[in-house]
Design a binder for this molecule. Structure first.
Ligand SMILES: [Zn+2]
Length: 134
């Protein structure tokens, strides 16, 4: 039975779905793909055909969002540091380990947010309905 309601924008962002149809997967592999292909994306949405890299170098902008994420986590880390006062090298080591371990997730969400929030691609009910008719 076809869905009667399109997925919400938040669910589409959390699940890395196309910003236009909110259905097609953006990434080819999982975030912890053993061959390091965590940023490999479909060129076009497998559901509606929307091109993801809308202009050359578009995803360079995700670097700024990724930087904001990393800074935000650092501020959270500082709150934890000033609450529990661990040895400074423990804090630095734990923060670096955290940043390295969450790097694939951080970068993927940065790209997904860039496409959903900072690109001219808007949700289209027609694009969502494409492929639902069968
Ligand atoms: Zn799509």
């Amino acid at each position: 039975m076809p869905q009667t309601k399109p997925p919400g924008a938040f669910a589409a962002i959390v699940n890395h779905r196309c910003p236009r149809c909110r259905t097609g997967q953006m990434y080819l592999y999982g975030p912890y793909d053993l061959k390091g292909r965590f940023l490999a994306m479909h060129k076009n949405c497998p559901h509606c055909g929307q091109e993801f890299e809308i202009e050359p170098g578009f995803f360079w902008g995700a670097m700024y969002i990724s930087y904001a994420f990393t800074t935000g986590w650092f501020l959270v880390g500082l709150v934890i540091y000033f609450t529990y006062w661990p040895p400074v090298w423990t804090f630095i080591g734990a923060y670096l380990a955290f940043v390295l371990l969450t790097l694939p997730i951080n970068n993927r969400y940065a790209r997904t947010l860039l496409l959903h929030v900072f690109s001219p691609i808007k949700f289209s009910r027609e694009a969502w309905l494409k492929g639902q008719a069968a």
